[in-house]
Design a binder for this molecule. Structure first.
Ligand SMILES: [Zn+2]
Length: 712
């Protein structure tokens, strides 16, 4: 299963991003704002109020966002200057209503910035980021505003609020507190220092890692050392060598995963495998100018200090109080339940691989750099499915129809293509999504293909979140992919992973489209990080069934269904090598938790600390954490600190929730209706665990995840 990444962009615009990909970053000329009527600041008289992409100029965004900030500042002033005593309505709801224009423009802007950015948009993003950050700070550190919020918050139990109103109040209050609003001036000044230093440290961490990664190369001069490396990858490695100025019959490998992983899988040369493996594993830990250990130590220390200022035992306690897991204990409780079975299976896998090593006549123990090589041999023998042979069964529109069919069978949804609506790119398809009875539900934009103006990966966002504060506002959501574009000879044919990605992103889209809440800040995917991947991963479960594959996976030329033998291999391969995959991932999750449950700012020595943390869980030598300290970007620069566990947390939820369909039937109407009502429609209006219990009638259980991964 893929790992997914949730990114939060400036302010409150959440972008649900599901894979790691580079953000396009190119210098762009400065642009002047257009004068006169800015379409972004006007009412949109388009069908369903969709953004008038055909009338918006890239130059319009910067002045519109600035105008939006001015408007919000005036609204905040009005709240603060209100002579009436603070109430839920005149303070909390007024805040919720504020910033309408800024939110509207910003959502469209960041959608474009990710999916179809020109130079003006890229430049605008750089210009506006610090302005938006300062704008956010001005609001969250506005003492008079916080005093009003606090007054209402302190009356929360006597105000006769609905569950959703109370949640809005709590979330509003929490955002202020977490920004430091209730600290005294001295502490606020220290908080700003800490935040600034942390931001600098995270940039240095990335710079060092980039340098360490780029500085390494493995040059192979003997063709035999490439073993059975597929021809396309051999050609890439030869090209890489030429690109690096080597004028020889040779092949260059780098520490980028698409380069190192195939080498570790295919090269029969143990010495070279060790060399590149060590190069990868020691990044940031070479005691040179790019060493990241001091940065790790300082980062962890500052986070502990900040947590203490905020009144928490540790950084993890601070972060998790905002998540479904709620506390470090709950995270450990989950990890510990999965760890022992995973380690047991990994040890069994190790024994098999050891036997293969010995059968090769090697008189040694299996080492970390041997694992992928021997695993690939097993995979090839037992589960080999040629990706290129699969693609004809996953033509992009066939996959789309499969996704839509599942949504129709589960929820009765209907999809009507709307070629009349404006798009940001001609390749996009726009659908009106309707209920079974024809009622309008939402607008869905699908943007399928990779292109230079789009960043990597796949993601969902809401161009307009659902709300019902001043009349019901229906959602407008997008799914974005980097599928191969059609060519003259062939339509867009997806890999198995890409087809899964389509189901995954559509799960996020459903979460946005089924939202049925009052306040837009609690709508759709506005949920904690360890909950947000649950609805998306849930959709992947349907795809991985023979029934659903049978519905849509048909050869684009012949119309033949996918052969049973291939279906069987796809389903069986889901359990392959899961001891290794789970242990490697979980070791990193434990490392993240170890750093961030420290309850003192005393600096640690990262190498010794990591070794001790891994010894604590009895990690076997042949597996290292998926990320070691020196290159653990998720937690030291990526906003996932005390959050790396959330991938498997979400997977526990999706596996256990899918059992509710297994126990009834794949498209059981009552179960689907309950899943929609209790989970998908509720957004962030209630704590995640409460929503889950309402759907499942009990807490999530790990059994189905162990079963899916073959760890039971
Ligand atoms: Zn996702």
């Amino acid at each position: 299963m893929k790992l997914h990444l949730l990114l939060a962009t400036a302010g409150s615009i959440a972008l649900v991003a599901c894979s790691e990909g580079p953000t396009p970053d190119a210098a762009a000329p400065a642009s002047d704002a257009t004068e006169g009527g800015n379409i972004l600041l006007q009412e949109w008289d388009t069908p369903f109020g969709v953004p008038p992409f055909d009338q918006i100029h890239s130059e319009d965004y910067l002045p519109a966002m600035r105008a939006g900030m001015d408007e919000e500042n005036a609204e905040i002033d009005a709240i603060v200057e209100n002579a009436d005593a603070p109430t839920f309505d005149n303070t909390i709801v007024a805040l919720e209503r504020s910033g309408e224009t800024l939110g509207k423009v910003r959502r469209v802007f960041y959608a474009l910035n990710s999916a179809h950015a020109d130079d003006v948009i890229k430049e605008t993003a750089k210009t506006i980021a610090p302005e938006l950050a300062a704008h956010r700070d001005n609001i969250s550190l506005n003492k008079a505003l916080f005093d009003r919020v606090l007054t209402v918050f302190e009356q929360r139990d006597t105000l006769d609020l609905s569950g959703e109103q109370k949640k809005l109040l709590e979330e509003t209050h929490k955002q202020f507190v977490r920004s430091g609003a209730n600290l005294d001036d001295k502490a606020q000044a220290r908080l700003r220092e800490i935040n600034t230093e942390l931001a600098e440290l995270s940039e240095q961490f990335d710079d060092n890692l980039l340098n360490e990664t780029n500085d390494f190369e493995l040059l192979v001069t003997d063709r035999a050392d490439l073993g059975a490396l597929p021809a396309s990858l051999v050609a890439l490695a030869a090209e890489e060598a030429r690109r690096r100025g080597h004028d020889c019959e040779c092949w260059a490998f780098t520490l980028q995963r698409p380069s190192i992983n195939p080498f570790l899988q295919y090269s029969p040369n143990r010495e070279l495998r060790k060399k590149i493996f060590d190069g990868y594993a020691m990044r940031g830990d070479n005691d040179n100018e790019y060493d990241n250990k001091a940065i790790v130590a300082r980062t962890v220390s500052l986070r502990a200090e900040r947590a203490e200022m905020m009144g928490y035992d540790s950084h993890a306690a601070f972060v998790l109080s905002d998540n479904m897991a709620e506390s470090p204990d709950r995270v450990y409780e989950l990890l510990d339940q999965i760890w022992e079975p995973a380690l047991r299976v990994a040890k069994a896998e190790r024994a098999d691989l050891q036997a293969m090593l010995e059968a090769d006549g090697i008189d040694d123990r299996l080492r970390a750099w041997d694992w992928r090589y021997y695993t690939e041999k097993v995979r090839k023998a037992k589960y080999d499915v040629d990706e290129d042979a699969l693609r004809p069964y996953f033509e992009v529109h066939a996959v789309r129809d499969g996704v839509f069919s599942v949504a129709n069978k589960l929820f009765g949804l209907q999809f009507e293509v709307r070629d009349d609506l404006p798009k940001w790119h001609p390749d996009q398809q726009v659908y009106e999504v309707k209920e079974a009875d024809g009622t309008h539900l939402a607008i869905l934009y699908l943007d399928y293909f990779a292109r230079e103006t789009k960043r990597g990966g796949a993601w969902m966002n809401a161009l307009r979140p659902q709300s019902n504060l001043d009349g019901f506002v229906t959602p407008i959501v997008t799914n974005n992919f980097n599928f191969p574009a059609p060519t003259e000879d062939s339509p867009s044919l997806l890999s198995l992973t890409e087809a899964e990605t389509f189901f995954h992103e559509f799960g996020h889209a459903l979460h946005g489209m089924f939202s049925n809440v009052t306040y837009r800040s609690l709508a759709g995917t506005s949920v904690p990080r360890d909950f947000v991947e649950f609805p998306s991963q849930e959709m992947e479960n349907w795809m991985r069934t023979p029934e659903v594959l049978g519905m849509f996976a048909k050869h684009y030329q012949t119309g033949e269904p996918m052969p049973q033998e291939i279906v069987d291999k796809i389903l069986a391969s889901a359990k392959f090598n899961q001891g290794f995959i789970t242990v490697e991932y979980m070791a990193a999750a434990y490392l993240d938790m170890a750093y961030h449950t420290l309850d003192t700012p005393e600096p640690v020595e990262p190498r010794a600390f990591e070794n001790a943390a891994m010894a604590d869980i009895n990690l076997i030598e042949e597996i290292i954490p998926r990320y070691r300290s020196g290159y653990f970007q998720h937690i030291f620069s990526g906003g996932y600190s005390a959050g790396y566990y959330s991938y498997i947390w979400s997977e526990v939820l999706d596996a256990d929730a899918f059992m509710a369909f297994r126990e009834t039937s794949l498209f059981d109407h009552d179960t689907a209706a309950s899943y929609r009502e209790q989970i998908l429609s509720k957004g962030g209006t209630r704590p995640g665990m409460e929503l889950y219990r309402n759907f499942r009638g009990r807490d999530p259980e790990i059994g189905p995840l162990l079963e899916n991964r073959g760890l039971n």
